[in-house]
Ligand binder design. Structure first.
Ligand code: AMP
Ligand code: MG
Length: 514
């Protein structure tokens, strides 16, 4: 057992490695796949590793010892200066459609998969270093990551996890003691990312574009055994794999929509086979609700705008279906039958997405039973919010107060440009609530479990990154992380974290900063 989180580093700097090994207990499976699935390569050492954040709770859930990770040897491993025992570092090969344009060879240009560990939940997880140096896939990039984007991914992925959304996690962030050149020279950093796996739609595309059906089959079998073991016995396992990915993506995108999350770069290389949110670049949580909202500075056409996310996901899944066709032919009997099967799978996305979104919206409105008109009621609130630039998160959160009694309306009306517009909608809503079980307090409590109070608001994220990058002040980062770890719990004196940006604080654009 480790000592408390506040304890100083347990292993003295002079400790010898043999005395204090950093035990990962790697059990690698991806490294057993054919050599052309990746390039074996160690991370590139950095000048002066310094641990700025360790996710001790996540470490424990992965059967890792946080004190070992925080030791000098542990930090060297997290920086890429030392290869842990049992690690088999490699850069994964993949392709990707980036904003609709196909790039046959992307791959890990700045990441090394160290290996896999099995958590206390019995799930196998990838441990990956991101920002760990150039690889044969770097395409002219420096293979590095800047501290700002590393902390951004740390904050937002951990916030998503606390919100209950499937996501990759952040195990650690270290600074490198080196500067990386972006718009200016900024501090470099390495993120340790934990993922159910790093298989993406783009991984399948990598082999499909090369016409390598055998590799596609090996990859599909691997994806099935790792993420969808239940489909191995299906009569058409590859169609069942496609169905599985579609179902998880439909649920995932519905969760994003219900929280106002905008991924920002829904390219096929950022669409995970496991159904996790992956690659936090110019992502953002929407404040004033509008379906056309875009933050990413590189998304000129609004391809990945909030309201386009379901369509973008389906487009990516269609690309996955295409890659699977050659292996689906065998099980379907003919090419026509395989195409028909793939189309049938794809047709299931929209109803599954709509069902997940709709049931989520009903819970957000406090509707535990289902009645005709519920969907229209939800849509009319969203329309009203769009017309009135109402803050997405705060509107739904304050609806919990309004559900406990009409005196709760005051806090929500003021979020609407025209408060009377809310009153009109609220009258309809209250009429509908008559059909619900009478206990108002229970309703409000249930609503507070699905309508978060704290999301990573852009101006707060920027403030935290700025303090860390410019002043080496990690206090705002730590405080923000702490608030976001309990997004549904109201606590004293945290008003500032719940409120939307004032106009002068408002962040209108986000950047990859890669
Ligand atoms: P991303 O935008 O992070 O999803 O990355 C898209 C592709 O660009 C992936 O192949 C990355 O490995 C690669 N990439 C991003 N940043 C860098 C970098 N600084 N150096 C090398 N490759 C990079
Ligand atoms: Mg990516």
């Amino acid at each position: 057992m480790s000592s408390s989180d506040a304890s100083p580093i347990a292993v003295p700097a002079t400790a010898n490695v043999e005395d204090h090994p950093v035990r990962f207990r790697f059990e690698n499976t991806f490294a057993r796949l054919p050599e052309y699935f990746y390039v074996r390569l160690d991370p590139t050492p950095v000048a002066a590793p310094h641990l700025v954040k360790l996710n001790r709770e996540l470490a424990r859930s992965l059967a890792l010892d946080p004190d070992e990770l925080a030791s000098p040897q542990g930090v060297e491993i997290l920086a890429g200066n030392r290869v842990a025992e049992g690690a088999e570092p490699l850069a994964l090969a993949y392709s990707g459609h980036q904003f609709g344009h196909f790039v046959p060879r992307l791959g890990d240009g700045r990441a090394n998969l160290l290996g896999e560990v099995v958590g206390h939940d019995g799930v196998r997880y990838d441990i990956q270093l991101k920002g760990s140096g150039p690889t044969p896939f770097s395409r002219g990039g420096d293979g590095r990551a800047a501290l700002g984007p590393v902390l951004r991914e740390y904050i937002v992925s951990e916030a998503m996890a606390a919100l209950g959304v499937p996501t990759t996690r952040a195990l650690a962030a270290v600074t490198t003691g080196e500067r990386v050149l972006r718009d200016t020279a900024v501090p470099g950093a390495v993120l340790t990312r934990v993922a159910a796996s790093h298989l993406r739609v783009g991984t399948f595309q990598y082999f499909a574009i090369r016409g390598d059906t055998e590799a596609t089959r090996i990859l599909a079998d691997y994806a099935i055994s790792r993420h969808y073991p239940e489909v191995a016995q299906a009569t058409q396992p590859y169609k069942a794999l496609l169905d599985g990915v579609i179902a998880r993506q439909a649920r995932l995108i519905a969760q994003w929509m219900l929280l106002g999350f905008i991924h920002g770069v829904m390219n096929t290389d950022n669409t995970s086979i496991s159904g996790e949110t992956i690659d936090y670049g110019p992502c953002a949580f929407m404040e004033a609700y509008h379906p056309a909202t875009v933050f990413s500075s590189i998304d000129h056409g609004g391809r990945y705008a909030y309201g386009n996310q379901p369509r973008a996901a389906l487009w990516n899944l269609a690309r996955l279906a295409e890659t699977l066709l050659p292996v689906m032919v065998g099980e379907a009997g003919s090419e026509e039958a395989a195409v028909a099967a793939a189309n049938e799978s794809l047709a299931a996305f929209e109803p599954q997405f709509e069902a997940a979104r709709y049931s989520g919206l009903r819970l957000k409105l406090g509707l535990s039973t289902e009645h005709e008109g519920d969907s229209a009621l939800a849509e009319s609130l969203l329309q009203c919010m769009a017309d009135n630039r109402a803050d997405f998160t705060l509107t739904f959160r304050r609806l919990c107060d309004a559900a406990a009694g009409a005196e709760g309306d005051a806090g929500i009306r003021t979020r609407f440009a025209d408060p009377a517009a809310f009153d009109t909608w609220a009258a309809e809503w209250r009429e509908r609530l008559q059909k619900e079980p009478a206990d108002q307090q229970a309703r409000a409590t249930a609503m507070r479990r699905v309508n978060p109070l704290f999301i990573p608001r852009n101006h707060l994220v920027e403030e935290a990154l700025d303090a860390a990058s410019r002043r080496q002040d990690f206090q705002p980062f730590e405080e923000l992380l702490k608030v976001l770890s309990q997004p549904y719990e109201d606590r004293q004196d945290l008003e500032r974290y719940a409120m939307p940006a004032r106009p002068e604080e408002s962040v209108l654009q986000t950047f990859c900063g890669t």
